[in-house]
Design a protein around this ligand. Structure first.
Ligand SMILES: [Zn+2]
Ligand SMILES: [Zn+2]
Length: 244
């Protein structure tokens, strides 16, 4: 039981920081927050993603490229230019590392207006940090796993951040229905997106990239939106006026 609780908790916490902080805040700036909360959620992103921590800056740059070049050859992760989800992940990883280590210079329009914390970013990308987190997951499983098959869940923990990205980018541009014609292949994969925190309403999101609620129809439930709404009411963040 502790193993399953740990798996579900890690899945959803890691998903939350990806959709709330990396995607909706770092890449799109759908809301603002003061420096204390920006650092708080930066640190939470590092802790939640652990061994697969993604830099908010590199995530934001790649994601802005994705919106600009959606489903074209210049899209960093379109399923229509890779044979399978693993080759797509690998290609995305290479572009991510080039941007992260400043080996390529992204177009100026993709840069700026994202949270920066060099110390955490640099440490989070070291092998020491990644291996320490990985070891902690293994030790937890050694202590609490009651069945051998539970150890098969470990790779999910190691790669949680990129895995969520791959599920969303593969499925969200391949399977499901479309509310809007966005001149790309973005789709809404689920009616109730509890598995990926609203991220699989890709078709809605590409049409309305500044809209904080990814559900558009009354029956499309974006479970992250009520959390964001509450954080706004608590004045931890300030939602921007919707321009969409
Ligand atoms: Zn997309
Ligand atoms: Zn987006």
């Amino acid at each position: 039981m502790p193993v399953l609780i740990f798996f579900v908790a890690h899945w959803y916490l890691s998903l939350f920081v990806q959709t709330f902080y990396l995607h909706r805040y770092a890449a799109h700036k759908m809301f603002t927050m003061n420096r204390f909360w920006e650092r708080f959620f930066f640190l939470l992103t590092y802790i939640a993603q652990g061994s697969s921590f993604l830099s908010p800056r590199a995530y934001a740059v790649l994601h802005r490229m994705h919106h600009a070049f959606s489903d074209t050859e210049r899209d960093p992760h379109s399923p229509h230019f890779s044979n399978n989800a693993f080759t797509m992940m690998w290609k995305t990883k290479d572009i991510y590392n080039d941007v992260l280590n400043r080996r390529v210079e992204p177009e100026a329009r993709f840069e700026g207006n994202y949270p920066l914390w060099t110390a955490v970013e640099n440490f989070g990308d070291t092998w020491m940090s990644r291996v320490l987190w990985g070891t902690a997951y293994v030790l937890f499983y050694i202590a609490f796993a009651t069945q051998w098959w539970m150890f098969l869940l470990l790779p999910f923990h190691f790669l949680m951040g990129p895995l969520h990205g791959a599920i969303v980018n593969w499925s969200g541009h391949k399977y499901g229905y479309q509310n809007f014609d966005n001149h790309d292949k973005s789709r809404n994969s689920l009616f109730f997106d509890f598995l990926t925190g609203g991220e699989l309403f890709q078709n809605n999101h590409h049409k309305l990239p500044n809209r904080v609620n990814f559900g558009v129809k009354w029956w499309e439930v974006d479970p992250t939106y009520p959390v964001i709404w509450t954080l706004d009411k608590l004045r931890i963040i300030r939602l921007k006026k919707v321009r969409a």
